[in-house]
Design a protein around this ligand. Structure first.
Ligand SMILES: *[C@@H]1O[C@H](CO)[C@@H](O)[C@H](O)[C@H]1NC(C)=O
Ligand SMILES: *[C@@H]1O[C@H](CO)[C@@H](O)[C@H](O)[C@H]1NC(C)=O
Length: 374
């Protein structure tokens, strides 16, 4: 917009009352434009910011605008970022991708984005095998360009998944050096099971599978999620660094390793460790959580209000969407789905509601992709 000032000289004649009036109107006009811009800018920023609890519209004059990463000085951009720098406080949220794919399905983007929104003050660390060369802030910014829906969140960090580094100083390293990955049928699964134990043992925090949508902060530090009365999941769990649960878990992993049995290093291992060192798995009567030594076993309602066999419910059209009042996150069972069912924006299915509410940037990305494919 171009504003033309055609009456400039009149301003210098304050005795002329009509010109005083004119300049007053002009000042008010400019003020309104500035306020308008300020408000628009602020609304734009806050609508798309990651602080879900802030009101969408704030007073526009409070400056809280952060310099974007790409304006960091050059020495900052080329400095190496190490996971331990970001994760040393033990409050990280961990995601792992053990395949080489660099265009993960929407559900992966949604899982990471929803965590970034629900935990705005905690680092969200996404370890990806397909990112072999991220060393500096500059590399990370380049990688983030591949994931446009992440770029609005300054608490998402992408790291290459370097197994040897992750397993270093743990019982898993000698196992990893011995194992012949060519003979392993489920290597992506097995290496993921191992990595999550090592990462949470090292840094502490919460691990989540990439098909889990966060809807509310998990108020627990040491927990294992029950999927049903007798199935303990390793899809989401949390602990302090160097907790005996994860160290016993890694020892058991190596001692009893059998890559041919699905779940043997996963849910079955979790149940073995709990029973052996923590408690005699009591099960759940109602909707309560249960203490198991110094670990909380979360009720199936917290992460599995829709149980595994019913996963198709996520893709059914709903008359009325009722949020899950006692859940922290929802497991979408993407491995059962295998891409048969997808989010269709505007379809009023449960995933449609969930994406719109908990990962709006991913939602918009899906929407735009759909529009452009027509
Ligand atoms: C948790 O309980 C286990 C088993 O009783 C114990 O070995 C460990 O030291 C405890 N850890 C913490 C952090 O309290
Ligand atoms: C795009 O949206 C329409 C309906 O809005 C749906 O029928 C179609 O399957 C969607 N396409 C893709 C690729 O998601």
């Amino acid at each position: 917009m171009v504003i033309h000032f055609t009456e400039g000289p009149h301003i210098r004649r304050p005795t002329d009352s009509s010109s005083i009036m004119k300049s007053l109107i002009r000042v008010i006009f400019i003020f309104i434009i500035l306020v308008g811009f300020g408000l628009f800018y602020k609304v734009h920023l806050t609508l798309f910011s990651n602080h879900q609890n802030e009101p969408a519209i704030q007073p526009f004059f409070i400056p809280n605008i952060k310099a974007p990463n790409n304006e960091a000085p050059n020495n900052e951009a080329t400095r190496e970022i190490r996971p331990e720098e970001i994760l040393h406080q033990g409050n990280g949220i961990f995601f792992i991708e053990t395949t080489d794919r660099m265009e993960p399905p929407h559900v992966v983007m949604c899982a990471v984005e929803s965590a970034a929104r629900i935990y705005p003050t905690r680092p969200i660390a996404f370890f990806m095998k397909g990112l072999p060369k991220i060393n500096t802030v500059e590399d990370e910014n380049k990688a983030k360009i591949k994931f446009p829906s992440f770029s609005s969140y300054d608490n998402i960090y992408l790291f290459p998944l370097k197994l040897e580094e992750i397993f270093s100083n743990t019982p898993l390293l000698p196992w990893y050096k011995k194992v012949n990955t060519n003979n392993e049928n489920d290597w992506t699964k097995v290496s993921s099971d191992a990595s999550r134990l090592a990462l949470i043992w090292k840094y502490g925090g919460i691990y989540m599978d990439t098909d889990i949508i966060s809807v509310r902060p998990i108020p627990l530090k040491n927990f294992v999620a029950a999927e049903s009365n007798d199935i303990y999941s390793n899809s989401v769990f949390g602990s302090l660094p160097h907790h005996s649960f994860t160290s016993k878990g890694m020892e058991d992993f190596v001692q009893n390793y059998n890559g041919a049995i699905l779940g043997h290093q996963g849910p079955d291992l979790f149940a073995r460790i709990l029973k052996k060192f923590f408690c005699a798995l009591p099960g759940f009567k109602y909707t309560e959580d249960v203490r198991c030594g110094n670990i909380t076993l979360t009720n199936p309602d917290r992460f599995y209000p829709i149980a595994g066999p019913s996963w198709k419910k996520f893709y059914e059209v709903l008359d009325e969407y009722r949020p899950f009042p006692s859940s922290y996150a929802l497991h979408l069972f993407d491995h059962a789905n295998q891409g048969q069912y997808n989010l269709v924006p505007g379809s009023k299915t449960m995933v449609d509601h969930l994406y719109r509410q908990y990962c709006p940037y991913t939602y918009v990305t899906v929407l735009l992709k759909n529009r452009s494919s027509h």
